[in-house]
Design a protein around this ligand. Sequence first.
Ligand code: BYC
Length: 325
Amino acid sequence: MTTVGASAADGATRHDATSLEARFQRNIDRDRRIEPRDWMPDGYRRTLVRQIAQHAHSEIIGMQPEGNWLTRAPSLRRKAILLAKVQDEAGHGMYLYAATETLGVDRGTLTQKLIDRAQKYSSIFNYPTLTFADVGTIGWLVDGAAICNQVPLCRSSYGPYARAMVRICKEESFHQRQGFELLLTMMAGTAEQRAMVQESVDRFWWPSLMMFGPPDDASPNTAQSLRWGIKRDTNDEVRQKFIDMTVPQAEVLGVTLPDPELRWNERRGHYDFGAIDWDEFTRVVGGDGPCNTQRLATRRRAHDEGAWVREAASAWAAKHAERAR
Ligand code: BYC
């Protein structure tokens, strides 16, 4: 039932919300950062939680394909490098979950959503790592793609996310270089090693291009995320930047990228490339990639096996609080 008084109050509330939203958008348009205690529209908060959580889950699930080679790295040096990289990824996941906590959602809730398949993680981590060359290819292509995607996110409108990205990007840059260096070393080795690198690049090239998300005309979130300054570039723009950066690197390595249509377009000032298999992308994101079941089962098992640690930490915190009282 609407009374005169209630409708005036509703009008006032609506007016407040409209002016708050206008002020919020003005701050974004002036390139000012939004901080946790600032007013923000629900949709902005929801979009950030979705994107940051998905990114955090990708870092955590992304430890699995490389972790697969930790016990079989060919030398102590390679093992130490790989171990450091995988540990960095755990750290990235933690910074990102901490950023979602500033938006009012805790890590436990998000982890539960991941293992219940209610939230996504990057499609790329549903592909297997069949040879040690894949460790180098992931560093070169997957971390290379991550850098292209994430450097613009250092200027994202939400302060805690943007600041987390600055540190993550520095570490991703080291990861990309270690991958390139590993492949360069293998390419200077035996014919068998060179073939191993080429075979790995053949498998990872197209899935790496899918990391940037669907094409712009099929991306439901991009337009609004750009208006809110959460994203700074569209999926296709970042994908093109990655291709333009990577083709000359492939030439230095001496590998062939598995796309016969890849060639420089003088007029566009970019490389043209062949059609991406978006059906494969949809299948993999939908749960039907080569390793989706395995990745989630491993994550679920680790979560279950860690229950006693969470319980012990909670008991300790409760006891500590009790003593302090
Ligand atoms: N895989 O409207 P769109 C790393 C989803 S970690 C799965 O364009 P948006 C690393 C998308 O979420 C790399 N799902 O979305 C770690 C949306 O679904 P929902 C992770 C994907 O958000 C360890 C729907 O498709 N990086 O580098 O505007 C070792 C429609 O898409 C994918 C990040 O997460 C995908 N590839 O743009 C080594 C970066 N693509 O949520 C390396 C941060 C799209 O509506 N994230 N979807 O159900 C982003 O920049 C953006 O979220 C994306 C997608 C560009 C990925």
